[in-house]
Ligand binder design. Structure first.
Ligand code: G3D
Ligand code: MG
Length: 216
């Protein structure tokens, strides 16, 4: 059985979040990149978020119905865009393909991004090194490398429900994410089929983004 929900996080940026998030008063747009190897669970995470938009704790104060709908689907270039509201935020999720032939398309999406969800199949120990390489590529991207404090990363140790899943602490070690990691980060064990852990990751990411100067 995979480990229970667990969390590891950066120690930088520990100052308390402002009492009133900018998201609390005004509907805002927020662009999140969803990155990870094929089969890690990216589409499942987005599907869960979409299915729970308009519900759940973050939406209690909102009387607005979900505007859940695919914004644009571009399968031929390996990217999928989904836009829907959660609480007071209009999220645009960009499901990035890990396939190398699409990497030249990363530029504009990375430039506009306000946060990254990095999804890892926590049971796929054989491909952890590949996931680590993928992370390095993202971190070295010119649109990411200069945004060290303003682009938060939420790592999902996904498929925690399956036997052999590494927990979030072990995943941090395997990916080489530690105190030296220069973006705000959080590592959460998740199960995209039940949604466990995803709300926690999104709450953290939203809080970091709302406190960041990269917000529009
Ligand atoms: P991707 O978009 O990153 O390529 P998907 O990954 O979201 O398509 O997920 C790949 C497979 O993993 C899917 O199974 C999906 O149901 C499964 N999956 C995703 N997240 C979890 C999880 O947390 N737990 C379990 N048990 N399975 C998960 P299929 O069979 O459709 O290929
Ligand atoms: Mg997918």
């Amino acid at each position: 059985m995979g480990g229970g929900a667990s969390t590891a996080a950066s120690t930088n940026g520990t100052k308390p979040a402002p009492k009133r998030s900018m998201f609390a008063t005004k509907r805002e747009d927020c662009q999140i990149l969803v990155v990870g190897l094929d089969n890690s669970g990216k589409s499942s995470v987005i599907a869960w978020l979409k299915s729970t938009s308009g519900k759940g704790p973050s939406n209690k104060a909102s009387a607005t119905a979900s505007t859940s709908a695919p914004l644009e689907v571009v399968p031929t270039v390996g990217l999928q865009l989904e836009e829907f509201s959660r609480g007071s935020v209009n999220f645009k999720f960009i499901d990035m393909s890990g396939q190398s032939r699409y990497r030249e398309l990363w530029g504009s999406y990375f430039r506009e991004a306000q946060g990254v969800l990095f999804v890892v199949d926590a049971t796929d120990r054989l491909r952890m090194a590949v996931a680590k390489d993928e992370l390095r590529l993202v971190l070295n991207h010119e649109q990411v490398a200069h945004r060290l404090n303003s682009l938060p990363f939420a790592f999902l140790a996904n498929k925690m429900d399956l036997d052999g899943a590494v927990d979030s602490i072990e995943l941090a070690v395997l990916l080489g994410v530690d105190e030296a990691f220069q973006h705000p980060w959080l590592m959460v064990s998740t199960c995209a089929t039940t949604g466990e852990g995803i709300e926690q990751a999104m709450s953290w990411l939203t809080e970091k983004i709302s406190a960041s100067t990269s917000c529009p």
